[in-house]
Structures are given as C-alpha cells and as structure tokens.
Design a binder for this molecule. Structure first.
Ligand SMILES: [Zn+2]
Length: 422
C-alpha cells in the first residue's frame, strides 16, 4: 500500500470514528439532561414527565422530523397515585430515611399513627395450633410483616406474600423486609398501605412502628406520547420506540432513571438523527415513538395501539429499547425467538461485525412497551442490556453510573438491520 493511500484510509477512518464520537456525545447529553434534577424523575410530581416532553419535542424539531401535531404530542390522561410529601417511618425513636432505608409502595393510601407489628412466620404458616391463634386476632391496628430474607423457603414466602398482598387478614398495613427497594408507579389505590424496608434496617424483633404517609391520588393526570417520523419509499413503517417516563419522586427524593430509560430515548433520537442525515430516502417509513406512562403499566404504548398514528397492519416491525445503558453481560432481544427471519438477520450481522457481545434471543416478555404491540399481533422486539443493573428502580440509577458498554454496537446493529430488512 502506498503512503498516500494509507494516509487517505487513515483520514477516512478517523473521520468515520469522529462522526460516531459526536453521536455518542449526543446520546450522553440526552441521558444526562433527562436524568438531571430539572426533570424530577420524569414522573407525576412537579409534572416531570411533561417537562421532559417539552425537551423531547424541541429535540424532534431540531432533527426536523415530520409529525402529525406541531409539538409531536399524542395526548391522553390517566389516574395516578403520588406522595408529594416525604413519608415517615420510625422504629422506636429511630427515623429511617425514605427511598434509602424504606419505600412506600405506590398503591398505598394515607396512614398515620403508631402500630404493632406482627411477623407472619413459618410457625404460623405451618403449625395449625399457632395459626388458629393467629386467625383469632384483630389486626385492624397492626402491620402484618413478612420477611423475604429470613423466610428462606421460596414457596412459603410466595404463599405468604400473596396472602398479605390481598390483605385477607384485614391488617392496618403490610410491612415487607427485603434486600432491594424497587419503587414503581400505580394507577390504582389499595385500601391499606405497604411499606418495604431494607433488611439491614430492621429485623424480625421489631414490634412497633410509627408511620406517616400522605398520598395524593390524581384522577385525570394529563400526559403525552411523542411521535416524529421520516417518510420512506413505502407506507410500511418501522417503529423505533422507548419510554421516556420514569418513577418521578417519592416526597423530595428523585428517581433519575438514567438507564431506565434515558438510555432508550437516546437511542431512538440517535437513530432519528442518523436517518435524517442519510442521503437516500429510506425504504420503510421510519417512525420514532417516545412513550410516557410505561412504569405505571405500559400506559403510553397501550394508548398508542388503541389510537395508532400509522396503521398497525402496515407496521412491519416495532423495535423497543428499554434499559440499554449497561451491558457487561451482553444484549438480549426479548420476543426475538418467535421471529426466525429477524433472528437470522441480526445473528448474521452481529457475526460479521461483532457489534455487541453475547446477543441472546428470548421468548415474549411483558415487561416493556413492545408488549402492547405484541398483544395486537404486531411484530415487536425489545432490546435490553444485561449486567450491572443493580440500580433498577432505585434512586441510584444515575447518569454517572452508566457505562454504555453495548450502546455503540447496538446502534450499528439496529442501523444495519433496518437497512437490510426486506
Ligand atoms: Zn423501563
């Protein structure tokens, strides 16, 4: 190879890698912005989800995507339960820290007072004499507690947990001792509160607690999906989607949701940027959908499939990204294994270029927005990065923790796949 040719190749390679470096910077910026305190965890307190929607709408406008409404919104409403004030939990004189030592489960109503704690232990569950005594008790001023750590018979624990979650015994409330405090979001209220306490913060000798929880249930919370698109040569479309909502706040504590799902949003916007820059009109119409309400039960995607902006029968494939900011153990495609043609193309591309590590295809899974499409018999897959996901639904899911190990490879894999899909 002559010198000039070598220089040319080097220059081209550098140019190409600097182009991607810019895109990585864009992805990082999107995740960092969305997971900053300004967006209040993109939930329901302080209208965090709507503030995020304004930001995303501006991004779609900057990318010059087409839309069906000026701000790309698709509006809908939902009921939602919130805790605007910090919940209080005291064990004796010791006050625990909310979101760190304990959480209030999001289907909980208000509750205030000092209450007895009764542990539903193996004895009660397995010995009839002790159980009979237990069943005679009036639990209306008692929190019934179970211990996922100590009750180390999984079946027994699940049984106890089911009994407790229906509150068959009419207890004042429910207390769960666990190693992880996974918060969530709920559109309905139970008639008793549930507290989850970290196992290191209480043991099964705890017999009294003081509680103060104040909920605010919003009947008609206004929220919105966003949709932008690039017209292709055909009306058949490919949908790239991610949910942009997260858990919002519990009192003053913010759930930043950098991996869940700032990472997926960054991927969808990056793909939009890529297709907008492409010189050639894409074969399929490329649709970029950002959903709200996912954490409260796939609400945004459910609304979309009931009110599709592109006919579902012309939707060739839905590619959903949820939690793709990690990946020390590779990349999973949920729903993938039911579509042999798509599996073959993804596998071929990844074998050729080694874009992502350990690409594994799984059976259908209901845990993210692709599932709303799957139920309507629209072909849909869900990308998820495996490993380093310990911060799932905790306040520690921050931008600083994200390694984005598989992000670049995943982008290239999806890009090539969409271009080669027949
Ligand atoms: Zn998610």
């Amino acid at each position: 190879m002559n010198y000039k040719r070598l220089v040319l190749i080097l220059a081209l390679t550098l140019f190409a890698s600097s182009l991607w470096a810019q895109d990585m910077n864009y992805a990082r910026k999107v995740i960092k912005d969305l997971s900053s305190d300004d967006y209040f965890g993109r939930g329901y307190i302080n209208k965090g989800d709507s503030i995020a929607a304004v930001y995303l709408s501006a991004e779609m406008r900057k990318l010059k995507l087409d839309g069906f409404s000026p701000n790309f919104y698709q509006l809908y409403t939902t009921p939602i339960n919130t805790f605007p004030e910090d919940p209080i939990l005291k064990l004796g004189d010791k006050q625990l820290e909310s979101a760190k030592d304990f959480i209030v489960y999001p289907d909980s109503p208000s509750c205030e007072g000092t209450f007895d704690v009764l542990w539903l232990n193996t004895e009660i569950l397995t010995k009839s004499k002790i159980r009979k005594e237990f069943l005679k008790k009036d639990l209306s001023q008692t929190f019934l507690a179970i211990d996922s750590v100590g009750l180390n018979n999984k079946q027994l624990y699940n049984f106890a947990s089911d009994l407790v979650s229906t509150n068959l015994f009419g207890a004042k409330g429910v207390l769960l001792r666990k190693n992880k405090l996974k918060y969530s979001a709920r559109t309905f209220l139970k008639d008793f509160p549930t507290l989850i306490v970290k196992s290191s913060k209480l043991d099964t000798t705890t017999s009294k607690i003081t509680v103060k929880i104040k909920n605010q249930f919003i009947e008609n919370y206004k929220t919105q999906n966003l949709m932008g698109y690039i017209q292709g040569q055909t009306d058949s479309c490919l949908i790239y989607c991610a949910h942009y909502d997260h858990l919002g706040m519990m009192g003053s504590k913010i759930y930043p949701g950098a991996n869940d799902n700032g990472s997926g949003v960054a991927m969808v916007l990056n793909l939009a940027k890529h297709y907008k820059k492409a010189k050639k009109k894409p074969h399929y119409t490329q649709v970029f959908l950002l959903f709200s309400g996912e954490e409260a039960g796939l609400l945004g995607s459910q609304h979309y499939v009931e009110h599709p902006l592109f006919p579902l029968e012309k939707t060739k494939l839905v590619i959903n990204f949820d939690m793709i900011g990690t990946g020390s153990e590779g990349v999973s495609i949920y729903n993938g294994s039911v579509y042999p043609k798509e599996v073959a193309l993804y596998t071929k591309l990844n074998d050729e270029h080694s874009y992502v590590e350990n690409l594994v295809f799984h059976l259908p899974d209901p845990s993210s927005d692709h599932y709303s499409f799957y139920k309507k018999e629209v072909k849909s897959i869900f990308f998820y990065s495996e490993g380093d996901n310990e911060d799932y639904h905790e306040t520690t899911d921050t931008y600083g923790e994200l390694k984005l190990t598989q992000f670049e490879g995943l982008f290239k894999l999806v890009r090539d796949f969409s271009e080669q899909l027949k």
